[in-house]
Write a protein that binds this ligand. Structure first.
Ligand code: NAD
Ligand code: IPM
Ligand code: MN
Length: 356
């Protein structure tokens, strides 16, 4: 590997994935000139087309290849109406999250312009928190089964897995982030009033971890109440930590608070290892091929990736460019603007100008 050059696996995926990733790739090319960001990109065609043609979701050996040869993965979205089982998406996306042990799903919820939030009378600083979603266990392990399937007596079980190690490391990640970024409160959301065993473990481990972090308030909310308070009073949140399923749901809510799924970014991270960056949105089949999708979620995910790869200044420049484009009304239709996907991408990229 060339010194200083980072290797990024690009997996555009399905639906609007390729359209938004194309803009992210153009952005990376631009950053080479403006900020000396040196990344070597290699594209992979994993997705529904390949799955339908070859029956392959995540190819054999892919996880080892990613760990051995790459610093990061930049992905679009996975999901296609032609694969109703969602099997390929599960293999690829959940396969990478679990197989690469990417235990932190980092999902910032940040309002970039006050006109974008559906809430009344909120300023940008009122919506500014980060969700730490546990990303390798919970309801996502695929454990469970059927009994008497297809009969009137059918039983379906879906297990939720919570390990001490898994709960502890996501809580530690949330507190470490709070400490590093000067955030003073971490809120843990669960449903421990009903989920007695998993919830009990989360409660105990959260308190134990919190005790190691002086000066950071450890707050707890039941997740149903949190879903309400995020709308009524989002300013109370700084860092949120929660399990895989609740984190999935709360971050779509968070996406709505910041202007919609078109803007929401995420990182699937195992510190020090190859990590995966992708917009929070899915493949949005109704928008696919129409050049209407907002590329900002993919672009802001690329900024998270750049920060992870040690290019904090370039990441900040990208964020600033997105913010300026929004302020200037240079957006796709989901944000009320007139632009197509490539036009919106071009405007953002054009605003990333040199070092600052
Ligand atoms: P979705 O996020 O794909 O789309 C929901 C709606 O949000 C869209 O119809 C559209 O109105 C809006 N939207 C999403 N992204 C947008 C963008 N970039 N610009 C403008 N508007 C945007 O969710 P869905 O419809 O529930 O799921 C579609 C498929 O995507 C399913 O197969 C699902 O499993 C999959 N999915 C994949 C991921 C992923 O790969 N990370 C995430 C969520 C859903
Ligand atoms: C997300 C998506 C995925 C999830 C699906 C597509 C498996 O909704 O990344 O938020 O549930 O994690
Ligand atoms: Mn989701």
């Amino acid at each position: 590997m060339t010194e200083g050059v980072k290797r990024v696996a690009v997996v555009p995926g399905d639906g609007i994935g390729p359209e938004v990733i194309e803009e992210a790739v153009r952005l990376l090319e631009r950053l080479r000139e403006t900020h000396g960001v040196r990344v070597e990109l290699k594209h992979f065609d994993w997705g529904a087309d390949k799955f339908l043609k070859e029956g392959v979701g995540l190819p054999e050996g892919a996880l080892e290849m990613l760990s051995d040869e790459f610093d990061a993965v930049l992905a679009g979205a996975f999901g296609d109406p032609r694969v109703p089982s969602n099997q390929h998406a599960e293999e690829i996306l959940l396969g990478m999250r679990r197989g690469l042990d990417l235990y932190i799903n980092l999902r910032p919820v940040r309002l970039l312009h006050e006109r974008l939030t559906p809430l009344k009378g909120r300023a940008v600083g009122d919506v500014d928190f980060v969700v730490f979603r546990e990303n390798t266990e919970g309801s996502y392990t695929g454990m469970g089964g059927f009994l008497k399937k297809g009969t009137p007596d059918e039983v379906a079980t879906q297990e939720e897995v919570n390990t001490r190690k898994g709960v502890e490391r996501i809580c530690v990640a949330a507190f470490e982030y709070a400490r590093a970024r000067g955030r003073r409160k971490v809120t843990m959301c669960d449903k421990s009033n009903v989920q007695r065993f998993g919830g009990d473990l989360w409660q105990r481990v959260f308190r134990e971890v919190a005790a190691r972090y002086d000066g950071i308030e450890a707050n707890h909310q039941y997740v149903d109440a949190a879903a309400m308070f995020m709308i009524l009073n989002p300013a109370q949140y700084e860092v949120v930590v929660t399990n895989n399923l609740f984190g999935d749901i709360l971050t779509d809510l968070g996406a709505a608070l910041q202007g919609g799924l078109g803007l929401a970014a995420s990182g699937n991270i195992h510190p020090g290892r190859v990590s995966l960056f992708e917009p929070v949105h899915g493949s949005a089949p109704p928008l696919a091929g129409k050049r209407e999708a907002n590329p900002a979620g993919a672009i802001l995910s690329t900024a998270l990736m750049l920060e992870y790869l040690g290019h904090a200044e370039a990441a900040a420049a990208v964020e600033r460019a997105v913010r300026e484009s929004i302020a200037a009304g240079e957006t796709t239709r989901d944000l009320g603007g007139p632009l197509s996907t490539p036009e919106a991408g071009e405007k953002i990229i054009g605003r990333v100008n040199g070092k600052s």
